[in-house]
Design a protein around this ligand. Structure first.
Ligand SMILES: [Zn+2]
Length: 125
């Protein structure tokens, strides 16, 4: 078994490294610890403060394509040649996992709503 898989965004072809829900949950736990124990200056280096929520940070980081902000569900396995020269590989939650099913559904609904708003705004022009 490979330690990780490379996956490609169906929308923009950006290659990411897929990680498990356990990986993301461990990441959240680690950052909860950091936020509690580090001082404001340390946190500021990461664009954070004492009120930052690691769960929200993880969702921002792991549920969206780094390049086009598309959903982590809209990925396929990477093929040879997908990774371009000088391409930085970000990690993203594997599409078979759900971090928080309820919220992801709500996020999807919100996404559809904002998409519709964008489309209706375009139509008005
Ligand atoms: Zn993308």
């Amino acid at each position: 078994m490979k330690a990780f898989n490379l996956v490609t965004c169906n929308n923009c072809s950006w290659v990411h490294m897929s990680v498990s829900d356990g990986y993301v949950k461990a990441w959240i736990k680690e950052w909860k610890g950091h936020i509690k124990t580090r001082d404001e200056d340390w946190l500021e280096n990461f664009g954070l403060n004492k009120k930052s929520k690691p769960t929200e940070m993880a969702k921002e980081e792991y549920l969206h394509c780094f390049n086009c902000r598309g959903s982590y569900k809209d990925f396929r396995d990477a093929k040879e040649g997908d990774v371009g020269e000088g391409h930085t590989i970000q990690s993203i939650l594997d599409r078979k996992y759900e971090l928080d099913e309820k919220k992801t559904r709500q996020e999807k609904i919100n996404m559809l709503k904002s998409k519709n708003e964008v489309q209706s705004k375009k139509k008005k022009k």
